[in-house]
Write a protein that binds this ligand. Sequence first.
Ligand code: 5AD
Ligand code: FES
Length: 350
Amino acid sequence: MYEILQKIIKHPQKVQVDEIALILSKEEINVKLFALADEIRQRYLGKTVYIRGIIEFSNYCKNSCLYCGIRAQNKDISRYRMSVEQIIERARLVSQMGIKTVVLQSGEDTHYSDKIIAQIIEKIKEFKVAITLSIGERDFNEYKLWKEAGADRYLMRHETADEELYSKLHPNDSFRTRVEHLKKLRELGYEVGVGSMVGLPGQDDLSLAKDISFVRDFDADMVGIGPFIPHPSTPLRDAQPGTLTKTLKMIALTRLFLPDTNIPATTALGTIHPLGRQLALKCGANVIMPNFTPAPYRSLYTLYPNKICIFESDTACGECTKELIRSAGYTASDDFGYRRKFYERVTCRF
Ligand code: 5AD
Ligand code: FES
């Protein structure tokens, strides 16, 4: 197994999915894998952690992803939409805290037209921050308009690279379509973020290995990985959640394959384990995304149950994440946090 780790470092393109699956299946390799991921992370990115303030501005969604708490069919939640002014004011607050990236996230909600989103982007750009959009699949000409308006990055997880599983979880949607959208975003000049859930029903180590090989082949600029957490108002309510260890392994492997990519310590990981995010930072993650959604909306953006930070006020998460980074032994960065592209790989000795 050590040979496989060595191969990942030296010849990542040559690694086969079954080799990745083997690493995922063996517990004995974990300590070595985690240490190596942190070593690579520190070699390429030092100890810095980038902070992104996230504003979840609408929980309306036209989709019906089987795992998601804000799926259109869920009648048990109250829906909200923030106004343009409210969104801009929140973004101002993020920038006033010295945070240089604003992430705008929502369900797939076409109530916000292409022009409204462009208008929001232009206004927020006045605060001199990087803007990440995370609002799902839209028309290609809309992506173009928003790029021109000043958006820098687009997050759209691939969710699972197991095509069959993707189809089961996303009625009327396909992995192929998702990849076409991701390619288009890249072509338009966005930094593109993908990512997946760990522990989905029907997902095995080979499926997870496909996620790793997908992010490698796509050369993703950002990779968000979190455990699946069953939501009581979805068809997957009785499924088992993803585990901390497997999620950390996925993060660590992603770091080995993409030494310079941006990997968040996700809120979902912080939800299944009190130290989930700190542990992620020690296993290769280098980004954290404090919640800046205002009350009363914050508690309504429930993709999964028991989400942390629901009762924290306004800026509490911004402060808390800085402390969290310190407590894990890393340094909060006040940089924009674009992907640092290293074209030459540093050879690792271990
Ligand atoms: N458990 C964990 N993560 C979820 N997401 C959606 N629903 C769940 C859930 N039940 C993730 C998806 C989505 C991201 C915003 O949240 O991967 O892309
Ligand atoms: Fe929200 Fe710590 S990040 S309370």
